[in-house]
Ligand binder design. Structure first.
Ligand SMILES: [Zn+2]
Length: 387
C-alpha cells in the first residue's frame, strides 16, 4: 500500500463544489468533484447536532488542530476513509447551514469578518492519502485510530463487507425517510444513524451470526430474506401486543418470536394481563412481563419479573409474631438457629439483624406476601442462597 502525507490542501479547496444532501443527511462531494465525502459504506452524518459540528468550527477559528484525515485514492478520485464528519461540518458551515457564537453573537459564515473568513478558508488540513487494494484499504480502515466518534461495531462491519448488499440494507434500515422507523423505535433501542436497526435485523435473521451472514450475502443484489424476516418479527409484535409500552424496547424479540410465534393468543386477554402487571408496583422488572405472559404465565418464568422484597409492614408483623412465640418457648427467633445445635440456639435477634425470606421459594411459585414470609437471621438467610 502506498501512502502520501499532505499538508497543503486548504479548506477553500476542500469545500469547492461542496454538496450536502439534506434529504439523505450526507455530505457528498468536495475538492471540486474529486472527493467523495461519504462513500456508501460510511456512516450517516451524526455531527449535525449543534454541538459537535459547532465544536469543529470553534476549533478551526481558534487555530486548534483538527486531527488527521484519511483519504483513499482511487484513480484520480479520492474518498474519505476517516474525517467525513469533520469535513461535512466544515462544508455545511462554509455554505451557511449553521452558525457559531463569535463574541457572544451567533454568526454564520457570511456574517464573519472578511479576514476571519479568509483565515478559515486558507487553513490547511493534515491528510493521509493511501492507495492500495480494496482488501488493504479495508484492513487499514479497520485498524486506524479514529478521531472523534469511533465507528461502532456495525459501522465497521458495513465498511468491511461493503457492497451491493450493505447498500440496499442501509437504504432500508438506516434511512431517515423510512416511515417504519416510528414503529421500530418502539421495540429496538438506538437510531438509524448508528445502524442500530440494521444491526438488529441482521442479528435476528442470522440468529446472532451477523458477520457470517454479511460475508455470505455480501454480493447479493437483493435483501428479500432479511427484510421479510425482520418484517415478520415486527408484525408479530404488533399483532400480539395491543399496548405499546417503553418497557418493550430492547427485548430479545428475535428469540421470543422464534419461541412463541406458533402459539395462539387471545390478544385482548393478553393485553389485560400485561396492563395489570405493568401497574403492579411490586414488579421490579417490567421487561420480564412479556416473556412471562407469552409463556402462559409459566411458574419457571416468574423470576423474570423480579418481584420486590416483602413490604415493610409484613416484615414488622412477622418479626413481632415470631419473636413473641420464640420468647414464650425460650428458643431463638430465627427458626434455623433454633433447630440447630449451637451458641445461637436461644438467641433473640433484633429486627435489623434479620432478613425476610420466602418460606416456599419464589422460584417454586411462592408468593411475596405475609403467608409466605419467614424471618431468618442474616447468616441463615444468606446461606439459603439467592432463591
Ligand atoms: Zn439463624
Amino acid at each position: 500500500m502506498h501512502t502520501d502525507f499532505r499538508k497543503d490542501i486548504t479548506i477553500r479547496q476542500l469545500c469547492e463544489g461542496f454538496v450536502y444532501n439534506e434529504f439523505d443527511e450526507k455530505g457528498l462531494f468536495g475538492l471540486n468533484g474529486k472527493l467523495v465525502i461519504q462513500p456508501e459504506y460510511q456512516r450517516n452524518y451524526i455531527y449535525g447536532d449543534g454541538k459537535r459540528d459547532v465544536a469543529v468550527i470553534d476549533s478551526l477559528l481558534k487555530g486548534y488542530p483538527l486531527g488527521l484525515i484519511y483519504f483513499n485514492k482511487n484513480g484520480d478520485m479520492y474518498e474519505v476513509l476517516d474525517g467525513q464528519q469533520r469535513i461535512t461540518s466544515i462544508g455545511r458551515f462554509v455554505t451557511n447551514k449553521f452558525a457559531v457564537n463569535v463574541n457572544d453573537y451567533p454568526r454564520n459564515f457570511d456574517a464573519l469578518d472578511k479576514n476571519v473568513q479568509e483565515d478559515l478558508l486558507n487553513t490547511t488540513l493534515t491528510i493521509y492519502i493511501c492507495e492500495g487494494t480494496e482488501k488493504e484499504i479495508k484492513e487499514w480502515f479497520k485498524t486506524i485510530n479514529i478521531v472523534g466518534v469511533p465507528l461502532n461495531e456495525q459501522e465497521l462491519l458495513n465498511a468491511v463487507y461493503s457492497g451491493p448488499f450493505v447498500n440496499l440494507c442501509r437504504e432500508e434500515f438506516s434511512n431517515s425517510q423510512n416511515s417504519n422507523i416510528q414503529t421500530w423505535e418502539n421495540y429496538i433501542p438506538g437510531t438509524y444513524k448508528r445502524q442500530d436497526y440494521l444491526k438488529t435485523a441482521l442479528d435476528w435473521v442470522s440468529n446472532g451470526n451477523i458477520e457470517t451472514y454479511m460475508g455470505t450475502h455480501r454480493n447479493d443484489d437483493n435483501i428479500n430474506e432479511i427484510k421479510k424476516y425482520f418484517t415478520s418479527v415486527i408484525d408479530w409484535i404488533d399483532r400480539t401486543f395491543k399496548t405499546v409500552d417503553s418497557s418493550m424496547c430492547g427485548l430479545e424479540w428475535g428469540r421470543l418470536y422464534e419461541e412463541y410465534k406458533r402459539v395462539p393468543y387471545d390478544v385482548n386477554k393478553l393485553d389485560e394481563i400485561i396492563n395489570e402487571l405493568l401497574a403492579d408496583w411490586r414488579i421490579n422488572d417490567k421487561k420480564g412481563i412479556y416473556e412471562y405472559v407469552l409463556s402462559g404465565e409459566a411458574l419457571e418464568k416468574k423470576p423474570l419479573l423480579n418481584i420486590r422484597l416483602f413490604d415493610k409492614s409484613v416484615i414488622k408483623s412477622v418479626y413481632t409474631k415470631q419473636t413473641k412465640e420464640a420468647q414464650e418457648k425460650g428458643c431463638s427467633n430465627c427458626p434455623m438457629c433454633s433447630a440447630a445445635e449451637g451458641s445461637n440456639k436461644n438467641r433473640i435477634y433484633k429486627e435489623n439483624e434479620m432478613d425476610a425470606d420466602h418460606a416456599t421459594a419464589w422460584s417454586k411459585g411462592g408468593a411475596t406476601d405475609i403467608s409466605n414470609c419467614v424471618m431468618l437471621c442474616k447468616t441463615h438467610n444468606r446461606s439459603k442462597g439467592n432463591r
